[in-house]
Design a protein. Structure first.
Lengths: 485, 94
């Protein structure tokens, strides 16, 4: 039951081959069995899940079900869930019970989706390995000595280990695509503004976007269709109509032109990973796509530009955590308000979050603002313009999702730059606000790697359809790590 | 290079307590981050407008009406100390 996709499970529920309660119970058992090892969940919402499954069974019997009714999924613990602890994997919010639902949580719930629990992540989504979590690292189901990637590492590990059929995630610099690639699943970050950010704890507001981690592109289409769309509670929400993604993925595939930046294949990319990626591109060519070498002359500057823009926005966003209205408050008595704030924040935030806040404070401080922050925004424009130029000639830009397969726990924690460089291929899409998807495209030394496709704004349907066609012709997305098959 | 004094100044700006042992680590790591982002200085951006946001359209305005309802009891359940509907903080005025 657990290796079936959302699309298959949706059909199973409608054909009464199983009930929503049986399905939810099955996954709750799998979580119980495997999560002590994986640490993919921060909170398992067993009672709520069973109640939601029972309600879904009623809807299925009454005939007022949606295609998602009764399907269990997990939410990244960055999304507010009313009455349920929402920690963002930080000591700062370890005691925080969200008073309301994030828009995407509410929309999926209204569609009848069952929440299994809240998944582990890097603290405040700041990390690429899920090692900065207050609740400890998540293990990669393919090899427990390796990281699952981050920041949506718990969501990725849960889907890869088939202890949840799908999960939500967020992506500020690659946090959906990178862990999806390192665990052998599908992940899509939609266009900036496509999915509401209301109730999603902010990291870098001009880059953050919610999306999904699934087994297949078809499943991503199903979920995204219910999540996307205008929300008056998010001032950056796009009001363009949401296409019927799940229908569109099955329509005939227009032959597309794919741009391949040759600079992506330089020494920064693992040689075996490069070979696997070339083979995947060949497969797309066989299916009818045309490959065209292109150039993104400024893409190598996306990491430095990001590590100015993102920390600057983070230092501002995270100033709300002061221990007054909610969140961690130090047990030690402070003599004045300043010491009180400093103590609560000093004890409540982990090392990486502090580093990013301090980096942000530095690049925004008097005398440095123009040289760092404004210059980074100008470089951001150059990176974005490169994509705009490329999309005059090609439909997608393809490349690797990560430089190499998953690395060892603890291997990069001592060197932030090495950790940051993991997102070298994914950050560009965030800076430019573009939709991008990672598809499992092969194994390197027995470990999964991903192929990334980036599209022009609001071209999610075309991305998902291409993913679906690729997955009809390949079986990389069906590979399940040995202990979890 | 960001030395211990720079780190202390930034910590004060960012309202972050930092222990003596953390300062050395923060100084080394922040220095390497700043060195990495310094690549940006070499880029010619003459005439390039800063891009603050990927949304290439004007932001929408909503009607200027109150939509929030009073939910202070619910919200204050997350507070460490509340008295007569007020959040309590250490005494700041003698």
């Amino acid at each position: 039951m657990h290796t079936r996709t959302l699309a298959q499970l949706s059909a199973d529920l409608r054909a009464r081959r199983m009930s929503a309660t049986e399905l939810t119970t099955h996954f709750l058992r799998r979580i119980e069995k495997h999560d002590a090892t994986l640490n993919a969940f921060i909170t398992v919402t067993r009672e709520q899940a069973l109640a939601a499954a029972a309600a879904a069974d009623k809807r299925l019997a009454n005939g007022n079900a949606t295609p998602l009714t009764g399907l269990p999924i997990a939410h990244k613990d960055i999304f507010c869930t009313a009455g349920v602890k929402t920690s963002c994997a930080s000591k700062m919010l370890d005691n925080f019970v969200a008073p309301y639902d994030a828009t995407i949580v509410e929309r999926l719930q209204n569609a009848g989706v069952v929440m299994l629990g809240k998944t582990n992540m890097d603290e405040f989504a700041m990390g690429s390995s899920n090692e900065t979590s207050f609740y400890g690292p998540v293990k990669n189901p393919w090899d427990h000595a390796l990281v699952p990637g981050g920041s949506s590492g718990g969501s990725a590990a849960a889907v890869a280990a088939r202890i949840a059929p799908a999960a939500t995630g967020t992506d500020t610099g690659g946090s959906i695509r990178q862990p999806a690639a390192l665990t052998g699943i599908t992940g899509i970050k939609p266009t900036y503004g496509r999915v509401s950010r209301y109730g999603m704890i902010a990291f870098a507001s001009s880059l953050d976007q919610a999306g999904v981690l699934t087994q297949t592109a078809e499943d991503a289409a199903l979920l995204l269709e219910a999540m996307a769309g205008f929300d008056e509670r998010d001032s950056t929400s796009l009001d363009d109509a949401v296409p019927n993604y799940s229908k569109l993925v099955n329509e005939p595939w227009e032959k597309i032109k794919i741009g391949v930046p040759e600079s992506f294949f330089d020494k920064g990319l693992d040689a075996d990973n490069a070979m696997v990626l070339r083979a995947a591109l060949k497969e797309l060519e066989k299916l009818g796509a045309t490959l065209k070498p292109i150039e993104l002359p400024h893409i190598h500057l996306s990491v430095p530009a990001y590590y100015v823009v993102a920390p600057a926005e983070a230092s501002s966003n995270l100033s709300r955590f002061d221990g007054v209205r909610f969140g961690y408050r130090s047990a030690e008595k402070a003599d004045d308000l300043l010491a009180f704030y400093m103590r609560n924040r000093g004890e409540g935030f982990g090392a990486e979050v502090k580093r990013r806040i301090l980096t942000g404070a530095y690049v925004l401080s008097a005398g440095y603002f123009d040289a760092y922050y404004l210059q980074a925004q100008r470089v951001r424009k150059l990176v974005s313009d490169d994509f705009t130029r490329a999309f005059r000639e090609v439909d997608f830009v393809a490349g690797p999702t990560t430089p190499a397969p998953a690395f060892g726990l603890g291997q990069k924690t001592g060197d932030p730059i090495q950790m940051y460089l993991n997102d070298i291929y994914t950050i560009g899409a965030n800076l430019a606000g573009l939709p991008a998807m990672s598809l499992p495209c092969g194994l390197v030394r027995g470990l999964p790697v991903g192929m990334q496709l980036v599209a022009p704004p609001l071209h999610e349907a075309q991305l998902l359809k291409t993913g679906h066609y690729f997955q009809r012709a390949t079986d990389w997305h069906q590979r399940v790590p040995a202990n979890y098959a | 290079m960001l030395g211990p004094d720079d780190i202390r100044r930034l910590c004060r700006l960012a309202r972050l307590d930092i222990s003596a042992t953390e300062i050395a680590d923060a100084s080394a790591k922040l220095s390497s981050i700043v060195a990495m982002v310094d690549q940006l200085q070499a880029v010619d951006t003459t005439g390039v407008a800063p891009m603050a946001h990927p949304l290439d359209r004007p932001q929408r305005l909503r009607a200027d009406v109150v939509t929030d309802v009073d939910r202070h009891e619910l919200y204050q359940r997350n507070a460490a100390q509340v008295e007569r509907d007020l959040y309590l903080v250490p005494k700041v005025i003698e």
